[in-house]
Design a protein around this ligand. Structure first.
Ligand code: UDP
Ligand code: MG
Length: 320
């Protein structure tokens, strides 16, 4: 029997985990596979870890890793993927917004068709604030214009992939991670399944607007240096404009004399140009800071406790 590992990042998800586990058990027991659920507790401050400990004690197909603090969903995904033992690995949210019913279909496609990965894409953004959908769509447009990596609009992280693709992802050990882009960057053949957007089964979203903006910047800077080129281009453009302006002003002074005027407009121009300079400096700084973090080579996550560790502890206790 083939094995499916399912990686589930959890951050303050005490309410959702039991519901998720029940649903998954139903779906997976109907499939002809052996399976494991790898829960990654991303430094939750609620009862998440207690629930995971109980689950792992009850069902050996449930494993968990618990971080020493909140490292973010990207780190949680990487930790889960690194610990996957299956021939097939899935990634999904714990809030049942990624419908488990799609899993059997995904598995069938990987078995019978020439694909390495099956991923889910939501077709509607129902229940989401309009402004958020708008900005999100704009992000996909900019990202796809600026980078060679094509992101699919509405794509979730929900996907099932073969070992070959997983190994390729695991070779990318960078600190600043943007999984949506990485899944595309490694290539391979991906089939997209459409589904209707669902509400969370319990709890609240862990992605406030501020975090989404940071995530978008991560996506763009992680996959293209186009903003750097663009800022150099803006510099050249403004230099060109200033030359034209100098010529115009000189000609005007020679023809009409020199009436002292234009202070307000001068102030505006200085503000605008220095604003653009600072903005471009900021873009360069963004890349520099990413490089700084990468060169430190800090671990992507730190585990405080895991189901394997607990098992070993118990075995040692018995032995002594
Ligand atoms: N998550 C995480 N660490 C974080 C934030 C979120 O592991 O710092 C997990 C969260 O528990 C959930 C998944 O990432 O399983 C997606 O988060 P959420 O459902 O809040 O995002 P949304 O679906 O609203 O975009
Ligand atoms: Mg969700």
């Amino acid at each position: 029997m083939k094995k499916i590992s399912i990686v589930v990042p959890c951050y303050n998800e005490e309410a959702a985990i039991p519901i998720y586990y029940q649903e998954m058990k139903k779906v997976l027991s109907d499939m002809q596979v052996s399976w494991e659920l790898i829960f990654v507790d991303d430094g939750s401050s609620d009862q998440t870890i207690k629930i995971l400990r109980k689950l792992a004690a009850k069902d050996s197909a449930c494993r968990y890793l618990s971080f020493s603090r909140n490292f973010g969903k990207e780190a949680a995904l990487y930790a889960g993927l690194s610990n996957s033992k299956g021939e097939y690995t899935a990634v999904m949210d714990v809030d049942l917004q990624d419908p488990p019913e799609l899993l059997p279909q995904m598995y069938d496609i990987l078995q019978n068709e020439d694909y390495d990965c099956v991923a889910a894409r939501r077709t509607t953004r129902k229940g989401e604030p309009k402004i958020r959908s708008f900005l999100s769509n704009q992000f996909y447009r900019v990202m796809n214009k600026l980078t060679k990596t094509h992101l699919v609009s509405g794509a979730r992280d929900f996907r099932l992939m073969k070992r070959s693709m997983l190994n390729a992802i695991l070779k990318m050990k960078e600190y600043n991670r943007f999984s949506k882009g990485m899944f595309e960057w490694v290539g391979f053949h991906t089939k997209w399944l459409d589904y209707e957007h669902k509400e969370r089964c319990a709890g609240e979203t862990k992605w406030p607007f501020k975090k989404l903006v940071a995530y978008s910047i991560e996506g763009i800077t992680g996959f293209t240096v186009a903003p750097l080129t663009l800022s150099a281009f803006v510099g050249v453009l403004f230099f060109g404009i200033s030359i034209v302006m100098i010529v115009v002003i000189m000609a005007r002074t020679l023809i009409f004399g020199d009436p002292v005027a234009g202070w307000p407009s001068m102030a505006c121009i200085i503000f605008m140009v220095s604003g653009i300079q600072l903005f471009c400096l900021g873009i360069a700084g963004e890349y520099l800071s990413k490089m700084y973090l990468e060169t430190k080579q800090r671990p992507i996550y730190i585990v405080r406790e895991s189901s394997e560790g607990k098992k070993n502890e118990k075995a040692n206790e018995k032995a002594s």
